[in-house]
Design a protein around this ligand. Structure first.
Ligand SMILES: Nc1ncnc2c1ncn2[C@@H]1O[C@H](COP(=O)(O)OP(=O)(O)O)[C@@H](O)[C@H]1O
Ligand SMILES: [Mg+2]
Length: 247
């Protein structure tokens, strides 16, 4: 039991006409926790994030943020997708400022916030660059900065590094960990990459194939930085892989 969880999914089900994407999903997430969601394609991971963001509503059950039901799209969450979704004609800094579109802050303050967030993702020198001048990994870091600049209570990432090469993915995983350690934002990370989940998460939620249900929640007490060739690390990966592939 987590007392006053940041996020609480209670018996959530999502059905479209014939298809049940997700059922019986109950999970509490503590403030500041980093939770990874893994499971085969189509088991409802993106649907879960969309419901938490208020873009879809559950067919049954409830989703609470700070004890209050999610009723629509609010300011509580930031979302990062597989593609950075930057505006190509806007400079990096202006793309990040877009994350403050609904903020009452003045122009100068928005610019200053965006600069400090670019600093956090180690792109301070690229504020005036255009997206076309960035590598894929840099563009994704801009997307992370844009989603965090408004200081959301929850950060959601939907397979954020899936389109990157292995080396860049590794660098971005470390960057995400660094950002999480500094910002302390409650984070929900959807990934296909079991190693990524084990490298980053406090807990890994393993979903069964559609209709997605929680198969197990694996707590990882390994200290950071986690060594991927460590016996406990590889054992956790194997355990999670077995859970995913068992029918
Ligand atoms: N808007 C929708 N209408 C009908 N079915 C949908 C819709 N969105 C998702 N689904 C179905 O729900 C299931 C889960 O989708 P999704 O959450 O995208 O899975 P995942 O992200 O785990 O791959 C899939 O079978 C998908 O086809
Ligand atoms: Mg998905």
């Amino acid at each position: 039991m987590i007392s006053s969880p940041r996020v609480s999914f209670q018996q959530v089900r999502k059905t479209w006409q014939q298809v049940t994407a997700l059922q019986n999903f109950s999970l509490d997430i503590a403030t500041g926790e980093l939770v990874a969601l893994v499971g085969s394609s189509g088991c409802g991971k993106s649907t879960l994030l969309r419901m938490l963001a208020g873009l879809e509503s559950p067919t049954r059950g409830e989703i609470l943020i700070n004890g209050e039901p999610v009723t629509g799209v609010g300011q509580a969450s930031g979302m990062v997708f597989q593609e950075p979704r930057l505006f190509p004609w806007l400079r990096v800094i202006d793309n990040v400022i877009l994350g403050l579109a609904n903020s009452p802050l003045g122009r100068a303050e928005k610019r200053q916030r965006a600069r400090s967030m670019l600093d956090r993702v180690q792109l301070a020198g690229f504020a005036d660059a255009l997206p076309a001048q960035l590598s894929g990994g840099m563009a994704q870091r801009v997307a992370i900065a844009r989603s965090l600049v408004a200081r959301p209570q929850i950060l959601m990432l939907d397979e954020p590094f899936g389109a990157l090469d292995a080396l860049t993915r590794h660098t971005l995983q470390q960057a995400l960990l660094h950002i999480h350690q500094h910002e302390g934002t409650t984070t929900l990370l959807v990934t296909h990459d079991v190693e990524e989940a084990v490298a980053l998460a406090d807990r890994v939620v393993v979903l069964s194939p559609r209709p997605g249900q929680i198969r197990d929640v694996v707590s990882l007490a390994l200290p950071h930085p986690r060594q991927r060739d460590d016996a406990a690390f590889t054992a956790a990966c194997r355990h999670i892989r077995d859970l995913i592939t068992t029918f």
